[in-house]
Design a protein around this ligand. Structure first.
Ligand code: NAP
Length: 477
């Protein structure tokens, strides 16, 4: 007996719609079909923008009280359905069920934070008397919404990274059109379901599923879209930045984050932080630890314990509570990583553990002796591979850490406060973490990178700054 494939609809122009042409969403673990979503056309994208114009007017008129209530009600809906949300993330994506449950919790935090920030979005009075003759004026500035935000999101945190755009957009009175990753579109649709249930006026939020290469240009180049908020890879981000024209852009891109371990560090603590940072979410994490610079005196102890911990990783069925690492998002990603490791080995690198692929699975892999210039350290691997280097001084570690085109976050393990401050000042990144790896974020902090890691900052309050403009009001007395 043939079982019908489940169809999931998209939210376009205030209606839940399907389309004859669809995208098949598969479970990367075994390639089984999870569902289909509509394949939005260029016409659909244009229609989304036209209806978002109405949505922007409706959204701007919602009182702060109404925005907060709607968001809180949506959070309650997610709480009531949290296992379904987690199962969706763990089916369409490559996270384990444990990681998926944690992401649902993070999403609820992000949305709650958005509701709270709505009440804190206030301006300031301006002391006009600072200019000679200006003391007969009184005034202030306040924030008003940009209008229409186009949000383009990646596969690796398919719910919370969408919440990081949708929550702030609604809290600041905008209309938002989300174009989620084609590999993991259903989690974004579930977020829209929660807000729809909570009474968000239709047309304020749209989620259109479709191929980024086909409908992306419409969203990015259309003059009515006032902010393109993108999270994804460097190449896509750069292409979008070139096309966007005169509008705001926010770019949350990738990295190949460094960790520095000095001789006074608690080595076992550093090992555990770096192992979790390197292999969490199969290394498909923009903050993931990719390069570790270890002072000579503790190098052997660090490497020995790191390899032992990596070998303990339970890789397998992502739906099992015991599993620590599932498959990559697609077999072709695992093949790409295999090639990067093979290339590094051909250049002289040594595999200390891992280096094996089975379909979409790639074992936690530790390399040493990777020569400078090898792609595996220059580029973002976005997989469970980490390279460890012996260094003579903190200066050398900082120089090597900075010698790439990325700069999202970095970690340094030391008890020496002077050295910690040197690293804080000299590391070219958006965030430095002392005594932990690069892989730590709370959703309220300014989050983003320098160089090829992006432009601007997310973290609800900071995203809301991007999603608003300041208007000055003056009264001449
Ligand atoms: P990606 O390939 O760049 O895709 C991201 C999104 O862009 C998808 O929705 C994709 O749609 C869309 N897209 C593709 N081509 C486009 C075009 N020409 N115009 C407009 N949109 C287009 O990234 P990914 O592989 O999904 O995600 C992994 C990357 O995201 C990594 O580099 C990671 O570091 C980065 N990331 C950064 C952060 C951060 O906060 N800094 C967080 C998470 C992830 P389709 O899926 O339809 O192709």
């Amino acid at each position: 007996m043939m079982t019908a494939v489940k169809e999931t609809r998209m939210l376009l122009g205030g209606e839940w719609v399907n389309r004859k042409e669809t995208i098949t969403v598969r479970d990367p673990q075994d390639n089984t079909i999870f569902t289909t979503v509509p394949k939005a056309s260029v016409k659909d994208a244009l229609y989304a923008i036209e209806t978002a114009k109405e949505g922007a007017k409706i959204s701007a008129k919602l009182s702060v009280f109404e925005r907060m209530n709607i968001i809180h009600k949506a959070v309650q809906y997610i709480e009531d359905n949290k296992e379904r949300y987690a199962q969706t993330i763990a089916t369409e994506g490559s996270k384990t069920i444990t990681e998926a449950r944690a992401e649902v919790k993070r999403c609820m935090d992000t949305m709650r934070l958005s509701a709270e920030e709505a009440r804190r979005m206030h301006g300031e009075t301006i002391p006009f008397g600072q200019r000679e003759g200006g003391d007969n004026r009184i005034g202030y500035y306040y924030h008003f919404p940009v209008g229409i935000v186009a949000a383009i999101t990646p596969f690796n945190d398919p719910l919370n990274l969408v919440a990081h755009k949708v929550g702030p957009a609604i809290a600041s009175g905008n209309a938002i059109i989300v174009k989620p990753a084609s590999l993991t579109p259903v989690s974004a649709i579930l977020l829209a379901e929660a807000l729809d249930y909570a009474g968000l006026p239709r047309k304020v939020l749209q989620v259109i599923t479709g191929n980024g290469g086909e409908i992306g240009d419409v969203l990015v180049t259309h003059p009515a879209v006032r902010l393109v908020s993108f999270t994804g890879g460097f190449e896509t981000g750069e292409a979008i930045a070139k096309k966007a024209g005169l509008k705001k852009i926010s770019m949350e891109l990738g990295s190949n984050s460094p960790a520095i371990v000095l001789e006074d560090a608690d080595v076992m603590d550093a090992v555990q932080s770096c192992v979790a940072g390197a292999f969490g979410a199969v290394g498909q994490n923009c903050l993931g630890v990719q390069r570790i610079y270890v002072k000579e005196a503790v190098y052997h102890a660090f490497v020995e314990q790191f390899v032992a911990e990596a070998k303990k990783y339970i890789v397998g069925d992502k739906r099992s509570d015991e599993t620590m690492m599932g498959p990559l998002i697609h077999e072709k990603e695992a093949i790409r990583i295999e090639k990067l490791v093979d290339e590094a080995v051909a250049l002289g690198a040594t595999i200390l553990t891992g280096g094996e692929r089975d379909g979409a699975f790639y074992m936690p892999t530790v390399l040493e002796n990777v020569p400078r210039g090898a792609q595996i350290i220059e580029e973002e691997v976005f997989g469970p591979v980490v390279s460890i280097f012996k260094i003579d001084s903190v200066e050398e570690a900082i120089e090597l850490a900075n010698d790439v085109n990325y700069g999202l976050q970095a970690g340094i393990f030391t008890k020496n406060i002077d050295i910690a401050f040197k690293a804080i000042h000299d590391l070219e990144v958006g965030g430095v973490i002392v005594n932990d790896s690069s892989d730590y974020r709370v959703d309220a902090m300014p989050f983003g990178g320098v160089k090829g890691s992006g432009i601007g900052r997310e973290g609800v309050k900071f995203a809301m700054e991007d999603m608003t403009e300041k208007k000055v009001v003056q009264f001449k007395l």
